[in-house]
Design a protein around this ligand. Sequence first.
Ligand code: DI6
Ligand code: FE
Length: 403
Amino acid sequence: MSEAADVLYANARVATLADGYGIIEDGAVAVRAGRIAWVGTRAEAPPAVSTHDCGGLWLTPGLVDCHTHVVYAGNRSDEWEARLNGATYEDIARAGGGIMSTVRATRAASEDELLRASLPRIRALLAEGVTTLEIKSGYGLDLETEAKMLRVARRVGELLPVDVCTTFLGAHALPPEYAGRADDYIDMLCGEMLPALAAQRLVDAVDAFCERIGFSHDQTARVFDVARRLGLPVKLHAEQLSDQGGAALVARYGGLSADHLEWLSEEGVAAMARAGTVAVLLPGAYYFLRETRMPPLAQLRAAGVPIAVATDCNPGTSPMTSLLLAMNMACTLWRLTPLEALRGATVHAARALGLSDVGTLAPGQRADFAFWDIARPADLAYAIGANPCRGVVRAGVWRDRVS
Ligand code: DI6
Ligand code: FE
């Protein structure tokens, strides 16, 4: 290193996650101009303008939540309570509930109200060391409201110390105005909505819900064709409730990720491995829906598919604002190892967003890291309901725990 670093974070126990946990006892990280300049043992540390004593805390890459629907208005605990009192999902849907109740509330909210409703959830994620966050649209289902959701997502990244990646999920559900005319809705989405939102630079990636109760394989392919023409990467809610061949479809488009995957087939696994598509596992939805079919972990491992873990934070199937809890659930419910869970919320989650400069601690990476009061890295997935995060450095700037 030719010039002195800006800050040396010293006296830390470092898990770089560059290879396995990548543990460096008595470690230090040097930061210059918002990037990591150097990582190693304190004894070999380069000169720095100032030194921050980490007091022996553990230091990991900032966490990456790569699948959320965290921007929405309203609340669906009433439906959840009704279901626990015996109502069926169909009763609720017939009464205008389910996704449509969130669509109505999100359409009715002003942009400021939508932001205000979403911030507490996002603050909760950030308080646990999240420094990169994906946010999907998909509760607007018309141009105006999808744009409003994506603008709110962009504003979150300006207001809070977090990098936000936006995802357009217009093909999430069929809006009531298009009842019985799903192909017409997809025509409008492909011809008007997605091109307009892309022109406003509101879209970093494109997603769809490929499912019997969502959109078909062919309708999803039409959305992906437009994304490709616009130069936008794709990802997919695939094989959550049934096998629709969605993972192979998104892999064919060189997709960043296929998400959920409880019903993933062997052909799907092979297609993902060939394309380098990340498997994003969402144990919160599996838990909340009391699902029993597990994603095919052994096959994913054997094929070398990178595995990520995310919250899927949404009001219907995963009202969860804790990525650490998602990691715990992935281990307890599906037998991920604590190392897989941590790599799933850092390195592999970054890859699922197409980001190569976050998710590990290495020279040249963004200086995004979190400090933890833990005995060893496995504690991040082990503890339930604890928050051992003691602070975050994001883009080289220290912040205390967000609360
Ligand atoms: N899969 C899900 O589990 C959520 N969306 C999706 O595509 C459900 C979203 C909701 O119920 O609000
Ligand atoms: Fe989702």
